[in-house]
Design a protein around this ligand. Sequence first.
Ligand code: LTN
Length: 326
Amino acid sequence: MKRILTGLKPTGDLTLGNYIGAIKQMVSMQNKYDSYLFVADLHALTVKQDSEELKMRIRKFIAMYIACGIDPEKNTIYIQSENEYIPAMSYLLECTTTYGEASRMIQFKEKSKENANFSVGLLTYPILMAADILYCDADYVPVGIDQKQHVELARNIAERFNNRYGKTFTLPEPILNETGTKIYDLKVPTKKMSKTEENPVGVISLFDTLEDITKKIMRSTTDSIGIIKYDIENQPGISNLLTIASSLTNKSIKDLEREFEGKGYGEFKKYVALVVTEEVSKIQDKYSKIINSKELDEILDKGIEKSRKLAKEKEKIMKEKMGTIR
Ligand code: LTN
């Protein structure tokens, strides 16, 4: 079975956009692949974080993914920082990566422009990511388009290491969730629904109350055309609501257009609100059962044990090849 691995950076609150766009896709992949899923808390540290907040978020993220359908029986789930071999491997990989390669990364160029006091961790970020991926010989790495370049760098680093020291790593490939559905902001439906958005009126967090969700959907931006039709150019708001309803009901967009032919936006929005609140309410029920459970700790203990064992072996092989072993 091929192995997939992905990391989740614990920043912002998970949104309906994350659920429909990425999490549901991962849930469907868990049956076909040997799946690894971890919280990339060391990556979160590359920019300043509130410690208490970060600590809570790490646990919340994992509980929420499980609540959304990630099956702990089918996935190896762990917290990155609990595997001390990963930063150790990252250092070894730093020595086979050029400064030029790291500093050419688009994310680094953008983030280092935003804040003059950026950390060195921001530069080595993709190399740590390479260690995340290479320690367990992941074949595929599902990521958003912004992380594709980092997975490609991981592949280049692996290839160079293999050439220099003999075959050590599987060459990973990014899987883009382009097929995964993109959900837009409810207020500005030409902009992606983002978990770090400052103004949350257009963003549905999976932690929102059902009342707030209904309000946000009822107040979402539409148009003055007055028909319920998928037309992303002229009716981006209605199209977005159609996408949301379709992906949560498994009804096609065509079916929904037919069902709401001749009906008003108010009625359609009520329907979308009902569909979304039913789904989110199920997720929240499951979440509240998991978040403080012993079971969650057992899942993480089991996951980190497996992850550490693999990384320990890989780090040893690297050191032997590089000559730093007694
Ligand atoms: N950088 C990624 C999170 C991440 C990751 C990884 C993803 C860290 N390590 C390894 C895939 C594989 C992000 O910002 N989403």
